[in-house]
Design a protein around this ligand. Structure first.
Ligand SMILES: [Zn+2]
Length: 198
């Protein structure tokens, strides 16, 4: 059997992107090779650089090129408040409301038994350790208001309460089934201010 051609390898690599099937991967590959070879080279370099340089923040688990991300390294943040979000995009949404001055923990996912995603897959051991630093005294659960987000919040809430931490959940300003990423900043700001004990 002859080894796969460079074109096959490229198409196969593009298929790793979410929502990209064989047909679109093939279209993308042809497009890059035919019309945008410079763009293709840039994409390659950017990917290599990102994969080499970007790692997880030692405190909050988000993406960073340094030991600590800019938020965790900032002296202006309140270190007793920890807000738990599913993704860096959700963190950004809460940042944009300007209502929260504490620190974050980014799960990089949510519990989803159907997809085989359990506590270990979303770094809950690290969260438990992080929240038990003796400085954090309130953890705000800002996972999405989807079924999985709610289940994740419940699980984390129980886990942290047994460690004696105060746990709160974003108020219900965010619609049921709502993903923070798609909710307007004003609504999220209100949900942070009106957070309730979990
Ligand atoms: Zn950080």
């Amino acid at each position: 059997m002859k080894p796969p051609s460079s074109l096959d390898l490229l198409i196969d690599a593009l298929r790793r992107l979410p929502g990209v099937g064989p047909k679109s991967a093939q279209r993308m590959a042809y497009h890059l090779l035919q019309h945008d070879r410079e763009g293709a080279a840039r994409l390659g370099t950017a990917l290599t650089q990102a994969v080499t340089r970007i790692r997880r923040c030692a405190l909050c688990n988000t993406f960073t090129e340094d030991e600590l991300c800019a938020t965790c390294a900032s002296e202006k943040r309140e270190r007793n408040l920890l807000c738990v979000v599913e993704t860096p995009a959700d963190q950004l949404m809460i940042e944009q409301t300007l209502t929260f001055r504490g620190l974050y923990f980014v799960l990089m996912g949510r519990l989803s038994p159907i997809d085989g995603i359990g506590p270990k897959d979303i770094n809950l051991d690290r969260l438990a350790q992080r929240a038990s630093d003796g400085i954090v005294n309130e953890v705000i659960l800002a996972t999405n208001f989807t079924n999985e987000g709610e289940a994740t919040a419940h699980y984390i809430g129980e886990m942290l309460k047994t460690r004696g931490l105060k746990v709160s959940r974003l108020a219900r300003g965010v619609p049921v089934g709502g993903e923070l990423e798609y909710v307007d900043a004003g609504t999220i700001a209100q949900a942070v201010l009106d957070r309730r004990s979990a």
